[in-house]
Design a binder for this molecule. Structure first.
Ligand SMILES: N[C@@H](CCC(=O)N[C@@H](CS)C(=O)NCC(=O)O)C(=O)O
Length: 201
């Protein structure tokens, strides 16, 4: 299978981390694509986004949550919990992490606008989403929806998006959130996280 990805994309990193955690990374051929420059990606994915997974028969799979589901189904143990309520709780945390990533990308792009074209209302709304998602992760750590002893889809999705906060300097997310900061410090040392750090081949 070919994984079309970009080094800095947290969504693509989620897929790569999951594949490493499952011992399936050798099933993926990684191909770097620049989604904002390379329109040929649109033939595979009408949204022209990474990650996009191309199966052996040419079928294209997106977005990252669907790719995760596809790869997770290839082997046991599953990193997306199979039974409720664990499944919906993990997928909701993943959705919050992915949504925080979407909001962060909008913030980064808003910051790139020239002076005078800046939309403060849009910026503030996205920043509220980032901060509320971060607060949800703190609460999830306290009640067990996120765990220091697991590294499944919820934990992976949050870890890669926290890393993206740092890479793009989106927010000062550690301030006032010591438990989340401590948790991230631990999980960011995992082999899968180190191997997929932006800039690492
Ligand atoms: N919901 C998508 C989000 C993917 C996404 O936003 N990828 C970014 C890179 S981090 C992208 O390709 N953006 C190109 C664009 O928005 O045109 C997923 O989870 O796969």
């Amino acid at each position: 299978m070919r994984l079309l990805y970009s080094d800095i994309s947290p969504f693509a990193r989620k897929v790569r981390v999951l594949a490493i955690e499952k011992g399936l990374s050798d099933r993926l051929t990684l191909e770097v694509v620049a989604p904002f420059q390379d329109e040929s990606l649109r033939a595979q994915n009408p949204l022209c986004k990474v990650p996009t997974l191309i199966l052996e028969d040419g079928e294209a799979v997106f977005d990252s949550a669907v790719i995760v589901d596809c790869i997770d189904g290839l082997s046991e143990p599953r990193l997306v919990p199979a039974s409720q309520p664990a499944r919906r709780r993990a997928l909701t945390i993943e959705a919050a992490a992915d949504g925080m990533g979407d909001a962060s990308i909008l913030i980064v792009r808003e910051r790139m606008r020239p002076q005078g074209e800046h939309r403060q209302d849009l910026f503030d709304r996205q920043m509220r989403a980032v901060n509320a998602a971060l607060d949800l992760f703190v609460a999830a750590l306290a009640d067990g929806r996120l765990s220091p002893d697991r590294f499944e889809i919820a934990e992976i999705a949050v870890a890669v998006q926290l890393a993206y906060q740092d890479v793009r300097r989106v927010s000062d997310w550690r301030a006032g959130r010591p438990t989340l900061a401590d948790w991230y410090e631990r999980v960011s040392k995992r082999t899968s996280m180190v191997a997929t750090h932006a800039g690492v081949a």
